[in-house]
Design a protein around this ligand. Structure first.
Ligand SMILES: [Zn+2]
Length: 401
């Protein structure tokens, strides 16, 4: 039956993708891409910044059981609005990624597995989620993730059109096509890249610059033998997934117990996909970190010329982060983002930034300050949206005298 459907689909060149296809490795590049809502036209008077309140997770206080600040995306947007940079109507509203969108990367089996609340509880690391009816879990937990995933996919096309884009969410770098984990239910980075490869002419090579404190084992598994994708990953080697860490300490850790339960695979395997690997020690500080980031981006861009860079800008490198275990200051994070944008944009390579991990209340302010800094330095901009700001200020000025 599946073969029959595939043949029929091929003969009549329908706009639908064969639903029976499972996993990324089985995809046939010759099929016509399915119809999607995620690649529509975006008016040029909007910033290439994507956000909607649908991103935020919050119900019954359960989100407080996870150290993740589940409202940080909304606060980043509020700070950008308060600074007079964006407004609701100059921000791009994301669409929710549909099942067909997700199946560009995910298998039907994986998507079906999320219909069991116990599996979502494992992925989000919030055990009580297992006790909730799945329709609530879908609406309150997975739907926000699907909006953020739709946002990252949309940001891929926007980056190609505008030279840069920012999704104030996404960056689920622990999820691969077949498995979620570490608060990541959908592989948004892999999806954004596969959408671009399938749908945007001139995009055949991508670079992922993953500067979250953790190793990006999700996208790494997805692109393990794919020469079209170059991965630079700078991460703390002493935290998940623990390769190179003193074994005895690890054996008694909570993460090790999770590995035994199969929630967190011990993921040395994924490292094979990293073309440039920079492993940090606990409590690495600004000077050493920024020098390593700067030097390795130069070196990566010397080895590989991508058509787009996906920048996973996790802020869990911040000092005091209980999971990241690094000692980077707020100034260091702002400087890091500046270095990445300078190096990529000076080479005329489009860049898409996602916000990824960052587990302290202070991180929303830092992300917003960093975006405002990029704008001040003219590393990002949107003339038409700025014009709309000036005009509305002029109007207000008229009334205020
Ligand atoms: Zn992280």
């Amino acid at each position: 039956m599946d073969l029959y459907r595939t043949l029929i689909g091929y003969v009549f060149s329908t706009a639908e993708k064969d639903e029976s296809t499972s996993g990324t490795s089985n995809k046939t590049e010759t099929t016509t891409p399915h119809k999607t809502d995620l690649y529509g036209e975006i008016p040029s008077n909007k910033w290439p910044i994507i956000y909607a309140s649908d991103y935020n997770i919050g119900f019954l206080g359960l989100e407080k059981l996870h150290p993740f600040d589940a409202g940080k995306w909304g606060r980043v947007h509020t700070f950008l609005k308060e600074a007079g940079m964006v407004k609701d109507d100059t921000t791009v509203k994301p669409r929710e990624a549909s099942e067909k969108d997700l199946m560009v990367v995910h298998s039907k089996e994986y998507i079906s597995s999320l219909k069991w609340s116990v599996n979502v509880a494992s992925i989000t690391e919030v055990p009580p989620v297992a006790l909730l009816p799945n329709f609530i879990v879908q609406r309150k937990v997975l739907r926000p993730f699907r909006y953020q995933t739709g946002g990252t996919i949309m940001a891929g096309k926007l980056a190609m059109e505008r030279g840069w884009s920012l999704n104030i969410g996404g960056g689920f770098h622990h999820c691969c096509s077949e498995k979620g984990g570490g608060f990541c239910a959908y592989a948004d980075i892999t999806l954004a890249i596969k959408f671009l490869f399938e749908r945007v002419q001139g995009v055949s090579k991508a670079m992922i610059i993953d500067l979250d404190a953790h190793q990006g084992n999700g996208h790494e598994r997805d692109f393990i033998d794919d020469d079209r994708v170059y991965i630079l990953d700078v991460y703390n080697r002493g935290i998940y997934p623990h390769d190179g860490y003193a074994k005895r300490k690890y054996i008694y850790s909570y993460r090790y117990l999770q590995n035994i339960r199969g929630i967190y695979p011990h993921d040395g395997y994924a490292k094979r996909a990293i073309k440039k690997k920079v492993e940090l020690r606990h409590f690495t500080e600004d000077d050493e970190y920024l020098e390593l980031v700067s030097r390795n981006i130069d070196s990566a861009l010397g080895e590989f010329e991508p058509d787009i860079v996906i920048y996973n800008a996790g802020t869990d490198i911040l000092q005091g982060d209980p999971l990241g275990n690094l000692s980077i200051t707020e100034k260091g994070i702002i400087e890091r983002d500046k270095i990445v944008f300078e190096k990529v944009r000076s080479r005329n390579i489009p860049i898409l930034m996602v916000t990824s991990g960052g587990y302290q209340r202070s991180t929303a302010r830092i992300i917003a300050d960093s975006v405002l800094n990029l704008r001040k330095l003219k590393l990002i901009g949107c003339d038409e949206a700025e014009l709309a700001n000036t005009q509305s200020k002029g109007w207000l000025g008229y009334f205020l005298g």
